[in-house]
Design a protein around this ligand. Structure first.
Ligand SMILES: NC(=O)C1=CN([C@@H]2O[C@H](COP(=O)(O)OP(=O)(O)OC[C@H]3O[C@@H](n4cnc5c(N)ncnc54)[C@H](O)[C@@H]3O)[C@@H](O)[C@H]2O)C=CC1
Ligand SMILES: O=C([O-])CC(=O)C(=O)O
Length: 345
C-alpha cells in the first residue's frame, strides 16, 4: 500500500514536472469564468498543476464552488476558491486577477457554425467583460468563448465604453489551431508533434484559420495539401461531429488554454522571447478594415510586446489569406455593431 502510494506520487510528480517545468517565482492570481463547464473543469485542473499560479479563482453560473473544492485537494501550493453566481461573487473572483480566462458560453452542436453561437455567447461575454472591466481593468483577458472573431471585439468595445481598454491585454485564444496544425502535420510526416510549431494566422473559424506550412519548411501539394488545410480549418467540426450533440472540443482546448496562460505567466515573470499566435488588436491589416488579427505575438510583462508581421507566404497561402480577411472583417464588424447597439447598463 505504502509502496504503491510512493510510486503513484512519483509518477504523477514526473508528469507535473514535465508539463510545467517552471519553478514559481512571481506567483499570480488566475481567474476562470465558466469554470464548471466542459473546458472550464480540465482547464482549472491544469492551472492547479501550474506552479506559476498562486491563486485560482473559479466562477460559473452553477457549480464553481464544487469544482473548486475538488481541485483544492490536489497537492500543489496554490489556493483555490469557487465563487457563487452573484454580482459580489463575480466581483470578488475577478479582483486582483492577473489573468482572466473566459470559456463561459454555449458550445456548438452538429450542423451549427460558430457564428450561430453569436447571440447567446455575445451577451454572456459582454456581461462578463463588464464585470472584468470594473473589477480588474489591468488584467490580461483571454477570450475562449465562440465566435472568438466576434467575442474579442465585443470585449474590446465594453472596455472602451468604460474607458479602460488596453489593446495589449486582450487576447482571443487561437492556440488550439496551432496545436492541431502541429499534430496533423506530424501525422503526415511521421515526426514528433512536440517538435512541430506551425504558425496559424487569421481568426478562429473555418476559412479565417490560415496555417502557414511553408514557414515551417513544408510544402504539401494537391489533394494532400487541400485535405491538410481543410482539417486544420475544420478540426473543430471533426470533434463536434464525433461528440454527436454533446458539445465541442473541451480537453484539447483546456490544454491549449493552459498553454497560452502559461506563456503569458512566463513572459510576465521575466522570460524573454515567448511567442504565441493569438488574435489581438493588430495593425497588420487595419488598412483593409481588419482591426483584429491572429499572428505570431511576442508576450511580455505588459501583455502584447510585439506583433510580428506575417512574413513570406506562398501564392497558395496568400489565396487563403485573402479569403480569411474578407470573412474576418465581417465577423469583427458584426461584433462591434451588435455590442454598440446592445451595451445595456
Ligand atoms: N477558442 C477556442 O479554440 C475554443 C472555444 N470553444 C468555446 O468555448 C465555449 C465553452 O465551451 P464548453 O466548455 O464546451 O461549454 P460548456 O457548456 O460545457 O461550459 C460552459 C460553461 O459556461 C457556464 N456559463 C454560461 N453562462 C455563464 C455566465 N454568464 N457566467 C459564467 N459562466 C457561465 C456554464 O454554466 C457552463 O458551465 C463555447 O463557446 C465553445 O464554442 C470551444 C473549443 C475551442
Ligand atoms: O468547433 C468548435 O465549435 C469549438 C472550437 O472552437 C474548436 O474546437 O476549435
Amino acid at each position: 500500500m505504502f509502496a504503491a502510494r510512493q510510486v503513484s506520487q512519483s509518477v504523477f510528480g514526473a508528469v507535473q514536472r514535465r508539463a510545467f517545468s517552471a519553478t514559481a517565482s512571481n506567483a499570480s492570481k488566475v481567474t476562470v469564468l465558466g469554470a464548471a463547464g466542459g473546458i472550464g473543469q480540465p482547464l482549472s485542473l491544469l492551472l492547479k498543476l501550474n506552479p506559476r499560479v498562486s491563486e485560482l479563482a473559479l466562477y460559473d453560473i452553477k457549480g464553481a464552488p464544487g469544482v473548486a473544492a475538488d481541485i483544492s485537494h490536489i497537492n500543489t501550493k496554490s489556493i483555490v476558491k469557487g465563487y457563487d453566481p452573484t454580482p459580489e461573487g463575480v466581483k470578488e473572483c475577478l479582483t486582483g486577477a492577473e489573468i482572466v480566462l473566459i470559456p463561459a458560453g454555449v458550445p456548438r452542436k452538429p450542423g451549427m457554425t460558430r457564428d450561430d453561437l453569436f447571440n447567446t455567447n455575445g451577451s454572456i461575454v459582454r456581461d462578463l467583460a463588464k464585470a472584468a472591466a470594473d473589477a480588474c481593468p489591468d488584467a490580461n483577458i483571454l477570450v475562449i468563448s465562440n465566435p472568438v472573431n466576434s467575442t474579442v471585439p465585443i470585449t474590446a468595445e465594453v472596455f472602451k465604453s468604460k474607458g479602460v481598454y488596453n489593446p495589449k491585454r486582450l487576447f482571443g485564444v487561437t492556440t488550439l489551431d496551432v496545436v492541431r496544425a502541429s499534430r496533423f502535420i506530424s501525422q503526415l510526416k511521421s515526426t514528433d508533434p512536440a517538435n512541430e510549431n506551425i504558425t496559424v494566422i487569421g481568426g478562429h473559424s473555418g476559412a479565417t484559420i490560415v496555417p502557414l506550412l511553408s514557414q515551417a519548411g513544408y510544402s504539401l501539394e494537391g489533394a494532400e495539401r487541400d485535405e491538410y488545410v481543410r482539417r486544420v480549418q475544420f478540426g473543430g467540426d471533426e470533434v463536434v461531429q464525433a461528440k454527436g450533440g454533446a458539445g465541442s472540443a473541451t480537453l484539447s482546448m483546456a490544454m491549449a488554454g493552459a498553454r497560452f496562460a502559461e506563456s503569458l505567466l512566463k513572459a510576465a515573470q521575466g522570460q524573454k522571447g515567448v511567442i504565441e499566435p493569438t488574435f489581438v488588436d493588430s495593425p497588420l491589416y487595419k488598412d483593409q478594415g481588419v482591426t483584429y488579427f491572429a499572428s505570431q505575438v511576442e508576450l511580455g510583462p505588459n501583455g502584447v510586446e510585439k506583433i510580428h508581421p506575417v512574413g513570406k507566404v506562398t501564392e497558395y497561402e496568400q489565396g487563403l489569406l485573402d479569403v480569411c480577411l474578407k470573412d474576418l472583417k465581417g465577423n469583427i464588424e458584426k461584433g462591434e455593431k451588435w455590442v454598440k447597439e446592445n451595451m445595456g447598463n
